[in-house]
Write a protein that binds this ligand. Structure first.
Ligand SMILES: [Zn+2]
Ligand SMILES: [Zn+2]
Length: 393
C-alpha cells in the first residue's frame, strides 16, 4: 500500500499500486530521468526506438541549451534523427495554428518517436502532435518553469484564444539540472511561482473536501507537501542557481504532475491561484497583450489567495484553517528568489484586478475559495479590501 511514498522521483515511472485512498493508481510514463548530467541517459531512455526514425523539435534557444548535445548523442548511438528547429528572434514562440501546422508538415512519414527539447510551449505542441498521431514523445526539459512536463493537457492558441486540448502523457521525461540551472532566471522564477501555488491549491482541496465532500488522495497530498517543503527551504538559493535548489524545484514540479496523472484530477496542482492566473491570461490574450509566463502569474496570485483565506479565517473548517499559508510568508519566499510579487508588475490594472477577484469562480466549474467567499456573502468585501491594499483607495 502506498509504496510510492518510499520511491525516488526516477523510480516512479510505471508506478502501479493500490492506494490507501481506496483507488488503484498507475502512472503510464515509462521513463523518468531527473538529476545532474542525466542528458547522457537520453539514448538509454529512448532505447526502444533505436534504428527507427526520430523527429526532434527545438527552437534556436533550446537547440543551443540542449538540442545540439541531444542530437549528437542520439546520432552517435545509432538513432535516425530529423531535426526541426523553430527560429525565433526576440519574439516568444506562440503555440498556434501556424506553429503546430509547421511542426506537422516537417514530421517524417515513418516517425516512431518525437523528442521535444524545450519547456512549456514546445512541450505543449509536441504532446498535442503525439496525441493526434499516436507517436510517443520524450521531453528534454530545458527550464524548471512549470509543472506541465508530466501532464496530459496541452494549452494551445487557436483563433487567438487559449484552449486546453486533451493530449497525452510523455513516454519519457529527461530533466538535467546542469541544463536547467542555466535557464533564464525569469523561467526559474516562474517555476517557483507554479510550485508555491500548490500551497493554496492544497488548501482549496481541503476546503472542497470539507464543504462539498470531494474525493481526495492523502498519499498524493503527502507527496506534494514533502516536495513543496524541500523546494521552499531551498528557494532563497535559486537566485544563485544552486544545483540542489534547482533539483528540488524540478522535482516538485514533476511530482505534482505525477500526482495529477495518478489521481486523474488537477487538484494537487491547481486551485484558486490558477483560476486568477487564467482569468488574467485570457484578458491579456483577448487584448493582444503579452500574457507573461504561466508560473509568474501563479506566483503573484498565490499570496493574494492566501490573503483571501486569511480574511475568511474565522469561519473556515478546522482542517482547512490549519493549512492556510500566510500571505507575507509566500511573498517573502518569492522575494527571496528575486521573483515578482505584485500584479502591478505584470501590467494588471486596478479594474481588471478587482473584476478578476469577483469573477475568477466562473473560469472553471470547480469549488474554490472564491465560491466559498461568494456563498458566505463576503466576496465583494474581500475583493475591495485586497484591491485597496494593492492599488490604494
Ligand atoms: Zn500551473
Ligand atoms: Zn490514492
Amino acid at each position: 500500500m502506498n509504496e510510492i511514498l518510499r520511491m525516488s522521483m526516477n523510480e516512479m515511472a510505471e508506478a502501479d499500486f493500490d492506494c490507501s485512498c481506496g483507488r488503484h493508481h498507475s502512472l503510464p510514463i515509462k521513463k523518468i530521468a531527473i538529476g545532474k548530467g542525466v542528458i547522457n541517459q537520453l539514448p538509454e531512455v529512448a532505447a526502444a526506438f533505436k534504428g527507427k526514425q526520430v523527429y526532434m523539435i527545438s527552437d534556436n534557444n533550446t537547440w543551443k541549451a540542449a538540442g545540439e548535445k541531444a542530437n549528437r548523442m542520439m546520432t552517435e548511438a545509432g538513432f535516425e534523427i530529423k531535426n526541426y528547429i523553430f527560429e525565433r528572434g526576440k519574439e516568444i514562440l506562440i503555440p498556434d495554428e501556424l506553429a503546430i501546422g509547421r511542426m506537422l508538415l516537417e514530421m517524417p512519414l515513418d516517425t516512431a518517436l518525437i523528442v521535444s527539447v524545450g519547456s512549456g510551449t514546445l512541450n505543449d505542441m509536441a504532446k498535442y502532435l503525439s496525441s493526434r498521431t499516436g507517436v510517443p514523445y520524450i521531453i528534454v526539459c530545458t527550464a524548471p518553469s512549470m509543472d506541465g512536463y508530466v501532464a496530459d493537457g496541452a494549452p494551445l492558441i487557436c483563433n487567438g484564444q487559449k484552449i486546453s486540448y486533451v493530449a497525452t502523457l510523455a513516454y519519457g521525461v529527461v530533466g538535467d539540472t546542469d541544463i536547467m540551472k542555466a535557464a533564464p532566471m525569469h523561467m526559474i522564477h516562474a517555476g517557483l511561482g507554479d510550485v508555491l501555488g500548490k500551497l493554496t491549491a492544497l488548501t482549496d482541496w481541503s476546503l472542497a473536501v470539507a464543504m462539498i465532500h470531494e474525493y481526495r488522495c492523502d498519499t498524493c497530498v503527502k507527496l506534494v507537501e514533502e516536495a513543496l517543503q524541500k523546494c521552499i527551504t531551498n528557494a532563497p538559493l535559486l537566485k544563485e542557481r544552486n544545483e540542489e535548489a534547482i533539483l528540488y524545484l524540478i522535482e516538485a514540479l514533476t511530482l505534482t504532475g505525477v500526482t495529477m496523472a495518478i489521481v486523474g484530477v488537477s487538484r494537487p496542482a491547481s486551485g484558486s491561484e490558477h483560476l486568477l492566473s487564467h482569468y488574467w491570461e485570457m484578458d491579456f490574450i483577448a487584448r493582444h497583450k503579452y500574457p507573461e509566463l504561466h508560473g509568474i502569474k501563479v506566483g503573484i496570485a498565490t499570496p493574494i489567495v492566501a490573503e483571501i483565506y486569511e480574511l475568511l479565517k474565522d469561519d473556515l473548517p478546522a482542517e482547512t484553517k490549519a493549512l492556510v499559508p500566510r500571505r507575507e510568508f509566500v511573498e517573502k519566499l518569492l522575494r527571496s528568489a528575486g521573483a515578482m510579487i505584485s500584479p502591478k508588475e505584470v501590467g494588471i490594472e486596478r479594474e481588471l484586478f478587482y473584476r478578476s477577484l469577483m469573477e475568477a469562480n466562473t473560469v472553471r466549474k470547480r469549488y474554490s475559495v472564491f465560491q466559498y467567499a461568494k456563498d458566505q456573502g463576503r466576496l465583494e468585501e474581500v475583493a475591495e479590501i485586497i484591491t485597496e491594499r494593492i492599488y490604494g483607495k
